[in-house]
Design a protein around this ligand. Structure first.
Ligand SMILES: NC(=O)c1ccc[n+]([C@@H]2O[C@H](COP(=O)([O-])OP(=O)(O)OC[C@H]3O[C@@H](n4cnc5c(N)ncnc54)[C@H](OP(=O)(O)O)[C@@H]3O)[C@@H](O)[C@H]2O)c1
Length: 287
C-alpha cells in the first residue's frame, strides 16, 4: 500500500483521510441508475482505490439507488480501519432518474438508516446534507433538515456532518447549529463560483470537497488547459486534478471513474508540479 498519494492527508473532524479520494457515483449504470454494465470491473476499481492507499470514498444511497453502496460493501467489507466512507442524504430518485429533494425529517432519518444498512455500518463517518436541486444550490432555510441530522449524530449514528450543493449563507446557517467537517460543492478549473468560500473555509480548518472535479458528465475543456497539459507532456485531467490540490490545502479530491486504468492515471497525474507560469495561464480559465 502506498502512503504517499499526491496531496498527503487532511483531518476531517477527527478522521485522517488522503486528500486524493475516490467518488463512487460513476460506478452505477447510465445516468446513475441501475447496476453497472461491468460489475466485476466496478468491484475492481474500488479494490484498486484501497490498494493505492486511498482512504476517502464518497458515495450516496441515491446512486443507483443503493447500487454504489452495495458495490462498496461487496468489494471492501469488512472495511480497513483507515478507510472513511462519506455519504449524503437529502435527495432521492424518481422513476425517470431525476433527483427530487427529500429533506423532511422522516425522509432524512430513513435515508441515514438506508445508508447504514446498504454499507453494512453501525455508524456513518460523515454525512452531507445535500441541498438545492440538480440545477445547483437554492437560497432556502436548512435548519429543520440540518437539526434532524444533528439529532441522529447525538444518537450515535453519524460521526461528522457536512453540507453539499450549499450557498455560503447555508454553510453559515449550518455552522450556527453545529460544527461541520466539510462542504461538498461543484467546483473545478472552469467553474469557480466558490473561490471566496474555499478560502474562508480553509481559514476555519473545514474541508472543501469539489464535486465534478473533472467536469462531471461533460469533461472540463479549455484551450489554456490543453496548452498547459501539452507543454508538460501530461493530460488535461491530470492538470485539472493537480491544480485543485495546489489551489488550497483544504481541498479534497473525489474524482470519479469506472476504470482502473483511469484511476491509476489520475493518481499519477495529480502529482504533477505546476509552475508559476502554468498557474497564471490556468487562472485565466473560468473567469
Ligand atoms: N454532492 C453532489 O450533489 C454531487 C453531485 C455529483 C457528484 N458528486 C460526487 O462527486 C464525485 C465526482 O464526480 P463525477 O464522478 O460525477 O465527475 P468527475 O470526477 O468530474 O468526472 C468523472 C468523469 O470523468 C471521466 N474520467 C475520469 N478519469 C479519467 C481519465 N483519466 N481519462 C478520461 N476520462 C476520465 C470518467 O469516465 P470513466 O469512467 O470512463 O473514467 C467520468 O465520466 C462523484 O463520484 C460523487 O461521489 C456529488
Amino acid at each position: 500500500m502506498s502512503h504517499s498519494l499526491p496531496g498527503g492527508t487532511w483531518t476531517l473532524g477527527d478522521l485522517t483521510v488522503t486528500r486524493f479520494g475516490y467518488g463512487a457515483m460513476q460506478l452505477a449504470g447510465p445516468w446513475v441508475m441501475g447496476p453497472p454494465a461491468d460489475r466485476d470491473g466496478a468491484l475492481a476499481v474500488l479494490r484498486e482505490a484501497v490498494a493505492l492507499g486511498i482512504t476517502h470514498i464518497d458515495t450516496a444511497d441515491a446512486y443507483g439507488p443503493r447500487v454504489t453502496n452495495e458495490l462498496i460493501r461487496e468489494a471492501l467489507h469488512p472495511y480497513p480501519e483507515s478507510l472513511h466512507i462519506v455519504t449524503k442524504v437529502g435527495a432521492t430518485r424518481d422513476a425517470r432518474g431525476g433527483w427530487p429533494p427529500a429533506r423532511d425529517p422522516e425522509s432524512l432519518r430513513r435515508a441515514v438508516h438506508e445508508n447504514l444498512d446498504s454499507l453494512g455500518l453501525d455508524v456513518l463517518d460523515l454525512v452531507n446534507l445535500r441541498l438545492g436541486n440538480a440545477e445547483g444550490p437554492r437560497p432556502e432555510p436548512i435548519a429543520e433538515a440540518f437539526e434532524t441530522l444533528v439529532a441522529l449524530q447525538r444518537d450515535g449514528l453519524i460521526r461528522h456532518l457536512g453540507v453539499s450543493n450549499a450557498t455560503p449563507e447555508q454553510v453559515a446557517e449550518a455552522r450556527r447549529i453545529a460544527p461541520i467537517a466539510c462542504v461538498q460543492n461543484m467546483y473545478n478549473l472552469a467553474h469557480r463560483t466558490d473561490d471566496a468560500l474555499i478560502d474562508s473555509l480553509a481559514a476555519e480548518g473545514i474541508a472543501y470537497v469539489p464535486f465534478f472535479p473533472l467536469g462531471g458528465f461533460s469533461p472540463v475543456q479549455s484551450a489554456a488547459l490543453s496548452a498547459v497539459a501539452a507543454r508538460l507532456g501530461s493530460t488535461p485531467m491530470s492538470v485539472a486534478l493537480a491544480w485543485l490540490l495546489r489551489r488550497s490545502p483544504n481541498i479534497l479530491l473525489i474524482p470519479g471513474t469506472s476504470s482502473v486504468a483511469h484511476l491509476r492515471e489520475n493518481v499519477a497525474g495529480a502529482a504533477l508540479t505546476l509552475s508559476a507560469e502554468d498557474l497564471a495561464e490556468l487562472d485565466t480559465i473560468g473567469r
